[in-house]
Design a protein around this ligand. Structure first.
Ligand SMILES: Nc1ncnc2c1ncn2[C@@H]1O[C@H](COP(=O)(O)OP(=O)(O)OP(=O)(O)O)[C@@H](O)[C@H]1O
Length: 685
């Protein structure tokens, strides 16, 4: 559909307001659906009105007064032949006062409350008595300043007359999925006939809503599937040389055997890499499931075929840790591994850049700067992104394109492996990552014991400190995570410094380290190294240690003010212990009183150590938008469907999307045109 673009200056005030709501065409107005409904089809009697009910009453005003105490307000009494009820306005205009003068016959509408003198309605809507009653439930729309409900209703009514309401889905498909025709669905939702039940409309279980939700999900699945289809048409270098010599060499050097899940995923990745179109795979694994070694094998597969590999992590701390691990594994195999960071000295950096461009470097590890700065690769075959969602899931497609531009020196597109330690519930993965292939490491290395989580009130801090001391004397190491101070980074830093000073004073015989985001990269590395080697036994840290930090001898973690952290963050932090064979403990130190949501979070942490279960509850508590930080990243969220409750619809939409893309692309395109307004998602024919 062609879209008329109108210069903003020539728009009327109403049009500008409509634009603020994202309503530019009649088609947009048609799917600006009500957020709730009002029942103006009948009149209620005063005697049967109940608190909390929204009613429409008719009667005579028997009393009216402007009271001055406890504050200035207009009070009136409405009487019908069953009883009387107070009406009250805290702000009012003179004509309102006239409207409810004694003896007036009026119709009022509003919610019944229990007031000081009995039942009352505060700020009721008033009109003259005796008007016609509505024949359908009255829709209420989300709106913007200056655009009243009646005006918006009228505009939407006109749009329903002029917009194209023809069905995007043929009858055969509609019948198969038991879907109401589109035109009937939108008409029902804007003008619900009185025989529909209001609750089915408001809870969005009505068949009309089912149709709209299905359409929305179908459009989403089509656009993701078409992104995926596009990728399959692109070309990448197939990395299919014999990898066995390098794989075997690494296997022999490892002090452990790979888990079955690791073997399976390495196999999936190896197959992807040998294909002639770019891999886009998401590797999901709970904390400590051993993703890094999988990444190492993926890198070896690429390197065996003569390609270069770039590994990127969101923070220097994490990137550096990957560097150390990968270097320790790879260098003995004769692989050239390099480190590239923003803070590197320029001379050293030039050398590294030179060896990347010359092809001597086979594996380079760094932060995202690796792809942002114009690093020239000789032959980049694989990009491994750790904790990709931290770069913003919404930027995923953009990042893919950037990869394409930035590494344009590479003759073909590189393969891409994304690793995430935030388990993503299945339905969410289906709706958000349908353009990716997903591998799950669903098995922890053997011998791991689930971390025991304890909830400890802050009043028992001294007891806890004594316990830390005795643990350390047994040769264990301990993390103390200082509280999150969201309002100010400086304050958070100060808290960490204070905590460190306090613990050092209380436990003078221990060597206590401090790591936080403001330390220079080299200083951070030094502290982490000292902790890893056991020189430091207690490490006070901010959330910089949240992801990836791996010190298996650390068996106790204290998270101070645990009630301030989100579930995903608590789970990640807790994942820093329980990485060796010893029993680990995570103490969530909290400051009562707890808010209801904080209590639920702490209870979840206490009840489960399974990342997928934590994620599921997190999703239920926060909703998908907050869950992955999507609200900030600008990903279009679903407006109507709810992936938690509409699982069945998600699955149906996904299967239909696959079917349409393979044998009815014209239908798919028409559907996308209607739903993906302005996003210009075009299918290739
Ligand atoms: N199959 C295995 N058997 C025993 N230990 C393993 C196995 N695989 C990995 N490990 C070890 O388990 C620890 C965790 O591995 P790794 O750091 O790769 O986990 P991860 O999945 O990246 O976790 P996180 O996301 O929490 O950082 C490391 O010390 C690693 O050497």
């Amino acid at each position: 559909m062609k879209r008329k673009t109108v210069a903003t200056s020539t728009l009327s005030a109403t049009e500008r307001r409509l634009q603020r709501l994202g309503l530019r065409t009649p088609q947009d107005c048609v799917i600006h659906l009500p957020i709730r409904y009002e029942d103006e089809t009948q009149l209620h009697r005063i005697a049967s009105a109940r608190v909390g009910q929204t009613v429409q009453l008719e009667g005579e005003i028997s009393y009216n007064e402007v009271q001055l105490r406890p504050r200035r307000q207009l009070v009136a009494l409405l009487r019908d032949d069953t009883g009387s009820i107070f009406l009250r306005w805290l702000h009012f205009y003179p004509n309102q006062q006239k409207q409810v003068s004694k003896g007036q016959l009026v119709r009022v509408r509003g919610e019944i409350r229990s007031g000081f003198n009995g039942l009352e309605i505060v700020h009721p809507r008033v009109s003259r008595a005796g008007g016609a009653l509505a024949s359908t439930f009255t829709p209420v729309y989300s709106t913007t300043d200056g655009l009243t409900q009646p005006v918006l209703r009228k505009i939407i009514g006109q749009a329903l007359e002029s917009a194209d309401l023809s069905d995007t889905l043929p009858d055969t498909i509609r019948h198969r999925f038991k879907l109401m025709p589109f035109a009937q669905a939108v008409r029902t939702l804007h003008y619900p006939p009185t025989q529909t039940t209001l609750s089915s409309l408001e809870e969005r279980s009505h068949p009309a809503w089912q149709r709209i939700k299905f359409d929305e999900l179908l459009a989403q699945q089509l656009s993701l599937a078409s992104a995926r289809a596009l990728r399959l048409e692109q070309t990448a270098t197939p990395l299919n040389a014999n990898h066995e010599p390098l794989f075997n060499a690494l296997r022999e050097r490892l002090p452990f055997a790979l888990t079955r899940a690791q073997e399976r995923v390495i196999n999936e990745i190896s197959q992807d890499l040998s294909r002639a179109y770019p891999m886009h795979r998401l590797l999901q694994g709970d904390v400590g499931s051993g993703k890094t070694i999988v990444a190492a094998f993926a890198a070896l597969k690429a390197i065996s075929s003569g390609a270069q590999v770039a590994v990127m992590a969101p923070t220097e701390l994490l990137a550096e840790q990957h560097y150390h691990k990968l270097q320790a594994w790879m260098t003995p195999l004769g692989v050239q591994v390099q480190w590239l960071s923003g803070s590197q000295k320029s001379k050293n950096k030039q050398q590294v850049l030179g060896s990347i461009a010359g092809g001597e470097t086979q594996l380079v590890v760094g932060t995202q700067a690796l792809i942002q700065t114009s690093v020239e690769f000789h032959c980049l075959g694989l990009v491994i992104l750790d904790e990709q969602h931290r770069f913003g899931v919404g930027q995923r497609l953009a990042l893919g394109q950037k990869g394409e531009q930035q590494v344009s020196h590479a003759p073909l597109l590189p393969h891409q492996l994304n690793m995430s330690a935030t388990p993503i519930p299945r339905t969410l993965a289906m709706t958000l990552f349908a353009d990716l292939d997903v591998s799950v490491l669903d098995e922890l290395p053997p011998g791991r014991r689930a971390v025991v989580t304890k909830l400890v009130a802050d009043s028992r801090r001294q007891e806890l400190i004594a316990h830390i001391h005795s643990e350390i004397q047994k040769g264990r190491q301990v993390y103390w995570v200082s509280p999150l101070v969201e309002e100010s980074e400086a304050l958070q830093l100060q808290t960490a410094v204070d905590t460190h000073a306090y613990l050092q004073q209380t436990l003078p015989d221990l060597s206590i380290g401090l790591v936080h985001g403001r330390l220079k990269s080299a200083e951070k590395t030094e502290v982490m190294e000292a902790f890893r080697s056991g020189e430091i036994s207690l490490l006070v840290a901010t959330t910089v240690i949240e992801v990836g930090v791996d010190v298996p001898n650390a068996t106790l973690m204290v998270i101070e003010h645990a009630e301030r952290f989100g579930l995903a963050q608590l789970h990640q932090l807790r994942g820093r212990v329980g990485r060796g064979a010893e029993q680990s403990v995570c103490v969530l130190l909290y400051q009562p009183p707890l808010s209801a949501i904080a209590r639920q979070r702490l209870r979840t942490m206490y009840e489960t150590t399974d990342g997928f279960e934590v994620a599921r509850r997190d999703l239920a508590l926060r909703g998908p938008g907050e869950f992955l930080g999507l609200r900030q990243s600008g990903v279009p969220l679903l407006r109507f469907a709810d992936i938690e409750t509409d699982t069945a619809l998600v699955e149906q939409a996904q299967s239909l999307a696959t079917e349409l893309l393979s044998n009815a692309r014209d239908i798919a395109q028409v559907h996308l045109d209607r739903w993906m307004k302005g996003k210009h998602v075009y299918l290739r024919s």
